[in-house]
Design a protein around this ligand. Sequence first.
Ligand SMILES: NC(=O)c1ccc[n+]([C@@H]2O[C@H](COP(=O)([O-])OP(=O)(O)OC[C@H]3O[C@@H](n4cnc5c(N)ncnc54)[C@H](OP(=O)(O)O)[C@@H]3O)[C@@H](O)[C@H]2O)c1
Length: 276
Amino acid sequence: MRILLVGPGRAGMSLAMAFSSAGHSIVGVVGRTAESARTGAEMVDAGPLTLDEPLPPADLLVMATRDGAIAPVARALAAKELEIESAVHVSGLTSVLALDPLRGRQIQTGSFHPLQTLPNPEAGAARLAGAYIAITADLPLRRRLEELAGDIGAMPFVLEDGDKALYHAAAAAAANFPLAALAMAEDLFAEAGVPWEAARPLVEAVVANAFDMGPRAALTGPVARGDVATVAAQLQAVRTQHPTWQVGFARFVELLARLTGRAEQIEAVLNAEEDD
Ligand SMILES: NC(=O)c1ccc[n+]([C@@H]2O[C@H](COP(=O)([O-])OP(=O)(O)OC[C@H]3O[C@@H](n4cnc5c(N)ncnc54)[C@H](OP(=O)(O)O)[C@@H]3O)[C@@H](O)[C@H]2O)c1
């Protein structure tokens, strides 16, 4: 396919590099400034462009600006001479409706969201192989996007436009929430004189279990067992040795107790701890 990239940032350049390696042609890289366009264009041997210039014909326009810029950039593009068959943005949250100005120009619209973290073009392009891609588009564009995902070694799945916000919340829960627990664990280990690296095999095994068995079945530990005395000892140790995490630790215990049906047993321990 002839692909025109708008927004040569982390996601845009990761995708452009992966598309280019898969044999697609990047016909232009459109940046907010000539300088950013040039930097991106050099990586994929394409022409650098800005929105003020005429744009080349393309089978697919990939818009990878930050979320808030999608609708205004779509409006700016729709006011130009365009020979473009289809257009996607790469946001997991934003509705495809943000591309409606292009749809009004008889361009098929959709979204193509990699469920992966793309911190820079090189690492991002490598991580796209094996990643899942959420595709929101009507046929026939959906089929073309599924093929495009396959071309870069990614796995496509269909996401309804009305489910995007919830999907994005789920992605944030999966990617960010565990890190809050890990940051707390890092601090508590440090206070106990244990290097953070020592937790790696444990944490990696837990993540593997979550996918092999499902997150609920993978739960172990004193809360899941209903071992009230151990939970009480842990709460007391955190309160006395690292009080900044007292509330945070108790909240996680409470959440786990609800998840494992131990809420009543654990509530008494949490109440006693609050009284101390
Ligand atoms: N990075 C990820 O891990 C990741 C993963 C999946 C999806 N996404 C999605 O990818 C999109 C971009 O995120 P990002 O992390 O790649 O952000 P980013 O690194 O900030 O990239 C955004 C790019 O868009 C450019 N841009 C802004 N306004 C523009 C305009 N009017 N014309 C042309 N280019 C313009 C920016 O240029 P300036 O720097 O000059 O402003 C920048 O190069 C978001 O929708 C995000 O949800 C990101």
